[in-house]
Design a protein around this ligand. Structure first.
Ligand code: AMP
Length: 359
C-alpha cells in the first residue's frame, strides 16, 4: 500500500482563496478599465521563453538572471525559463509581429504571474503577480513618461491603496551613464574596505547597484558618493527637467531620489518607483522606467520604450492593510422554499433569475 501523504504548496507560492480572490479580480478589472481609458490594449505573452531572451534584456549580471530564474533544459535540450518579468516578452512580441509598422505608439498592458527564486517573506514570493504597461514607438517625449505615471497613480487612487509616494530619477543614457559609472567605480574602489561583501562584489559587476544598498553601515558613505544628476549629458538633463514640468502640469507629487537605479540593466533616463505605507520592508508596489535601447538590443529597429510593473500581491496587501477595500457585491437574492410542494417553483425561479444574470 502506498504511504498516505499530504501535499503543501511549494515554498514561496500560495493559494489565493475566496473572499480574497474577489478583491484580486476587482483590482485587475480596475486596472483594465483605467488602462483602456488611456487607450492601452492587452497583450498575453507566454509564461516561458528562451533563457537567452532574459539574459540579454534583464542582464546576465543581475540577481534576477544570475540567481533567481527558474531555468530548465527542455526535452530538445534548449534552455527555457519561466518569465521573471514580462517586458522582455512584450518587446520580443513587438519585434516578432512587426508592430513598429502600426500607426502611432504601441500601448500594451499585461496581467499575470512571474517567477523568481527569491527568499520568501511578507510581500515577497517566488510566484507573484504583476500588472504592467509598456509604450513602444518613435517618440521619447517626456509627456509620454508623465502620462504613464499619471495612469499609474489614477489606478492606485481608484483602487484605494494606502498612502503612496512616487520616487523619480534619471539614470542617463548610453552616452553619459558609462562615464558616471566609471567615476562611481573609482570612488568605490577608494573606500572598498568600508563596504560589505555584496557591495564589494558589485564594484566589479554593477557599481550602480551599490546605491541600492539598505545596509545601515553603508548609508553615510553612500551619501558622499557622486550623484548622477551632476553628470547627465545636456539631452538627458533636458529630458528630466521636462519630465518634472509635465508632472507638475498634471498635479502629480513626486520625490527625486538619486539612488533609484533599479535592478534591471535595460533602463535609460527616467526610472521610478512607487512605495506604499504599511508594507514593511517590501514597500515598493511598482517599478519602471524608460528603456530606449532594448528593442534594438533584441534585434529590432531603433525604438523608444517606457513601462512599469505593479506588484499585485503588494498592491492588494496595501489595500487590505491601510487602504480602502471596496465593498464588493454579494448575492442579490436568497430563495427559501417552505415545503416540498414549493420546491419545483423555487428551482425554476432560481434558474430564471440566474439566466437573467441575477445572483
Ligand atoms: P521589478 O520587476 O523588479 O521592477 O518589480 C516591480 C514590482 O514587482 C515591485 O515593485 C514589486 O511590487 C513586485 N515584485 C517584484 N518581485 C516580487 C516578488 N518576489 N514578490 C512579490 N512582488 C514582487
Amino acid at each position: 500500500m502506498t504511504e498516505k501523504r499530504q501535499f503543501r504548496a511549494i515554498k514561496g507560492t500560495r493559494d489565493i482563496l475566496p473572499p480574497d480572490s474577489a478583491l484580486w479580480n476587482w483590482f485587475e478589472q480596475t486596472a483594465r478599465d483605467v488602462f483602456e481609458s488611456y487607450n492601452f490594449r492587452e497583450i498575453r505573452p507566454p509564461i516561458f521563453e528562451e533563457t537567452d531572451l532574459f539574459a540579454r534584456s534583464v542582464g546576465a549580471d543581475t540577481d534576477i538572471v544570475g540567481k533567481e530564474m527558474y531555468t530548465f533544459q527542455d526535452r530538445d535540450d534548449s534552455s527555457v525559463s519561466l518569465r521573471p518579468e514580462a517586458t522582455a516578452s512584450v518587446v520580443r512580441a513587438y519585434i516578432e509581429h512587426g508592430m513598429h509598422t502600426l500607426p502611432g505608439n504601441a500601448k500594451l498592458y499585461y496581467i499575470g504571474p512571474m517567477f523568481r527564486r527569491e527568499r520568501p517573506q511578507k510581500g515577497r514570493y517566488r510566484q507573484f503577480y504583476q500588472i504592467g504597461a509598456e509604450v513602444l514607438g518613435q517618440s521619447d517625449a517626456p509627456a509620454i513618461d508623465a502620462e504613464v505615471l499619471e495612469m499609474l497613480l489614477v489606478l492606485f487612487k481608484r483602487a484605494g491603496l494606502a498612502l503612496t509616494m512616487l520616487h523619480v530619477n534619471s539614470i542617463g543614457c548610453k552616452e553619459c551613464r558609462p562615464k558616471y559609472v566609471e567615476l562611481l567605480r573609482q570612488e568605490l574602489l577608494e573606500v572598498k574596505d568600508k563596504l560589505g561583501a555584496d557591495s564589494q562584489r558589485r564594484i566589479d559587476t554593477n557599481p550602480l547597484r551599490v546605491l541600492d544598498s539598505k545596509l545601515p553601515d553603508e548609508q553615510s558613505l553612500i551619501e558622499t558618493l557622486p550623484r548622477i544628476a551632476d553628470h547627465l549629458c545636456a539631452e538627458c538633463r533636458q529630458h528630466f527637467s521636462e519630465l518634472k514640468d509635465e508632472l507638475n502640469l498634471r498635479g502629480i507629487a513626486y520625490e527625486e531620489n538619486w539612488r533609484l537605479v533599479r535592478g534591471l540593466d535595460y533602463y535609460t533616463r527616467t526610472t521610478f518607483e512607487v512605495t506604499a505605507e504599511g508594507l514593511g520592508s517590501q514597500n515598493a508596489v511598482c517599478g519602471g522606467g524608460r528603456y530606449d535601447g532594448l528593442v534594438e538590443l533584441l534585434g529590432g529597429h531603433p525604438t523608444k520604450g517606457i513601462g512599469f510593473a505593479i506588484g499585485s500581491d503588494r498592491a492588494i496587501l496595501s489595500i487590505q492593510e491601510g487602504g480602502q477595500a471596496p465593498k464588493l457585491p454579494g448575492l442579490a437574492v436568497f430563495i427559501a422554499w417552505m415545503s416540498a410542494a414549493t420546491y419545483p417553483a423555487a428551482v425554476q425561479i432560481a434558474r430564471k433569475l440566474r439566466e437573467c444574470g441575477v445572483s
